[in-house]
Design a protein around this ligand. Structure first.
Ligand code: WTA
Length: 692
């Protein structure tokens, strides 16, 4: 059962916070709903606008599909440039020599840093490279990169010239990358030769070569692929970074990079370069000018596309635009982490996910913050890596995922206590509901009982936090994301779409747009409308369930559609099923989630072999490998169970709730009278593997 005890913000933290009491939060929240033009208009004044909007055009929208097309517009008439606000403005305000990013490599001996001035210069250089390759405003640039300093540079360079970046997490397979490049019709791709993740070497350029061949066979051609020689500089035989390849990474040049004695490889793998298509980052950057006039973008011009799983299996290209995203990323970052000048902030998320977009790149830089950019994993070289990084950089705000917390808890408190974590003030959690046990460990052991925990609920689609505590203001309940952020009006609806007032549980929906929400699905406005606005007229439907307790706290309970959340990575049952059924021995497959102590949920697959085909260990292993290869390692199923038949209704629909019960071995399957063949339930229980 959920903890009911309230945890109050530390009084010292509250005293200096941007929002320092529940009362103040409530007043600000109310104002943000009653007078959005004034509320966001004041925040917008902190940024540079080349042209301005007017109050009557500040925002407009339609959330009701019966009234016509869904649309959302903020600050119509205004124009600006993201990179200008994040870089030039900070440099002009005297932050040129301040560190924007401390880079910490997979190997603790590889580290570097980048000041705001240097970041601006490198961004301009790469913007000029993009221009020289024919990239123009509105063109899409695909990005498949590790967590290195060139990655934020690429994103910012795109915004400099109005190109739309589409980052694909560099753990996705060649197939997934190809599918996303095809959907966005990207003109150019940026990648790296490879990266070490823990003790694993990923050869990213090879994966890109595969993906680009596939893209070509589907009739689209990526004209240019820019490759960062990352591995090469890590394992340079001279024992330090090769300055030709590492200009950006060397930043202010007091970082060292002596991978020669520490990196787990001795030779740089060969990289195939296609002379007509591929170029090295360092060659291009050497030639490029370090200044580039920004392209002024209209408020609703596209900023980026980021793909997220869709329940039909085909990924959805979530599109975010310029002005609203900027002010929302900036405001959530400032309030949710209570960031103050001089603080060091660290978000462990990969930039390949929305958390990395908004809270590694855009939010922190919009606030002139200093962040840590971390390439590695929590377990390499040892299981105390996170704590050592916090200690090393004197981190004040630390933002991570419940799955990481749960996996680190297992190693005990001593590993944490070895380090000085006293600089921490705010801890953040994102990706899935955090169970109270993990919350309490995070609070007591990592946060020494004094830090506030921001359990931030949000989605790729929402652009930024939508339900979250504010560190100096909100009394916390372990496992509750608490209250809506400014501008957000959260409601619970029952099956029929009736509002649930007061205590109760239902579908979590939003009644109106906030500045940072998505505007459409790239190239598919129909799907945007039907996915998010069809089920409940007049509301944006999150796809999550939530409960409101007697104090009005919101507890997000998880997905209520056919989506699975494994270690914070969303995927759909359909996409995993389609990979399984591609195997020649498989007739049919159904995938459900099963609770998992570390991952939150894991994949449990029921597989019906074709007639005459054996269901054996070999098939199980092949299927696991296939899912890894087709989707990515994070999607590997935990269990593949033999299913001679599946529980289907007479109309042929698979009854997943029954499969979920079988997965956990719970015989309380409920009413199964609508099944075409009830006997299949018993059969599946009898075939359930015992060793899980
Ligand atoms: C889940 C990640 C409970 C939720 C930012 C949502 C959460 C999905 C939380 C979006 C949280 C994320 N509490 N559930 N604090 N944060 N989720 O698009 O199911 O990768 O719909 O965005 O993650 O995942 P996405």
């Amino acid at each position: 059962m959920a903890e009911t005890k309230l945890y109050l913000p530390d009084p010292e933290l509250a005293a200096g916070a941007h929002c320092s009491s529940l009362q103040q939060y409530k007043a600000m929240h109310e104002r943000s709903l009653k007078h959005p033009e004034q509320f966001w208009g004041e925040i917008a004044k902190e940024f540079y606008w080349e042209t301005h909007t007017t109050e009557d055009k500040f925002f407009s929208y339609n959330f009701d599909i019966n009234e016509g097309d869904i649309f959302i517009k903020w600050m119509d008439g205004a124009s600006t440039n993201l990179s200008f606000n994040l870089l030039d403005k900070n440099v002009k305000n005297g932050k040129g020599d301040q560190i924007a990013f401390y880079w910490e490599g997979n190997d603790p001996d590889d580290y570097s840093r980048l000041t705001y001035r240097k970041l601006l210069e490198e961004t301009c250089r790469f913007a000029n490279v993009l221009k020289s390759k024919g990239v123009q405003k509105g063109d899409r640039v695909a990005v498949y990169m590790p967590m290195i300093l060139e990655l934020p540079i690429v994103l910012l360079a795109c915004t400099r010239i109005g190109a739309v970046h589409s980052v694909v997490f560099a753990g996705y397979s060649a197939d997934s990358l190809a599918e996303r490049i095809l959907d966005s019709k990207a003109k150019l791709l940026v990648t790296a030769d490879g990266v070490w993740r823990g003790e694993k070497l990923l050869l990213l350029k090879n994966i890109c070569d595969d993906a680009l061949a596939r893209v070509k066979s589907h009739g689209h051609e990526v004209e240019c692929c820019v490759v960062v020689a990352h591995l090469r500089r890590l394992i340079s035989p001279h024992g330090k970074a090769n300055s030709g390849t590492g200009r950006a990474t060397n930043g202010t040049s007091n970082g060292k990079s002596n991978g020669a004695d520490s990196a787990p490889a001795s030779v740089a793998p060969h990289v195939d370069m296609d002379d007509d298509r591929d170029v090295w980052w360092h060659d291009e950057m050497e030639e490029a000018e370090p200044s580039c006039y920004p392209v002024w973008m209209s408020a609703e011009d596209p900023l980026f596309i980021l793909y997220t799983s869709g329940s039909t299996g085909k990924p959805k290209g979530v599109l975010h635009t310029t002005a609203g995203y900027l002010i929302y990323a900036a405001t959530t970052f400032k309030y949710v982490f209570d960031y103050h000048p001089g603080d060091v902030y660290w978000c462990t998320a990969d930039i390949g996910w929305i958390t990395g977009h908004t809270y590694v790149v855009y939010g922190p830089l919009a606030n002139g913050a200093t962040s840590v950019l971390f390439e590695g994993t929590p377990f390499y070289p040892t299981n105390d890596r996170y704590w050592s990084v916090i200690d090393r950089y004197k981190v004040n705000q630390f933002y991570t995922a419940p799955t990481a917390i749960r996996s680190l808890m297992k190693f005990g408190d001593e590993l944490v206590k070895k380090y000085d974590l006293s600089t921490l003030k705010v801890l953040g959690s994102v990706g899935e509901p955090i169970n109270p046990e993990a919350w309490l460990w995070f609070y007591n052991v990592v946060g020494h009982g004094k830090c506030s925990i921001s359990d931030t609920f949000w989605q790729t689609e929402t652009g930024g936090h939508v339900i979250t505590p504010l560190p100096g203001a909100t009394p916390m309940k372990p496992g509750s994301a608490t209250f809506p952020f400014f501008g957000v009006q959260a409601e619970l609806l029952d099956e029929e779409g009736h509002l649930i007032e007061g205590e109760g549980e239902g579908f979590l929906v939003f009644r109106r747009p906030w500045p940072g929400m998505m505007r459409t699905l790239y190239g598919n406005h129909e799907r945007f409308q039907s996915t998010y606005f069809e089920r409940f007229r007049g509301f944006y439907c999150t796809g999550d369930g939530a409960r409101r307790d007697k104090d009005g706290y919101l507890w997000v309970t998880g997905r209520i559609d056919d989506m699975l959340n494994v270690s914070g990575h969303l995927m759909s049952t359909a996409e995993v099923e389609s990979v399984l059924t591609e195997h020649p021995s498989v007739a049919e497959a159904a995938v459900v989630s099963k609770p998992h102590p570390v991952k939150g949920q894991c994949l449990y697959c029921f597989v019906t072999p074709n007639q005459g085909k054996n269901f054996d260990k070999k098939l199980q292993d092949e299927l696991k490998v296939k899912v890894r290869e087709k989707i990515g390692p994070f999607a590997q199923p935990d269990v593949i169970q033999h299913a001679p038949g599946l529980p289907k209704t007479r109309s042929g629909k698979i009854m997943r709730r029954v499969l979920r019960k079988i997965a956990v071995g719970d015989r309380n399957v409920g009413d199964v009278s609508t099944l075409a063949d009830e006997g299949v339930v018993e059969l599946l229980f009898s075939l359930r593997p015992q060793n899980i």
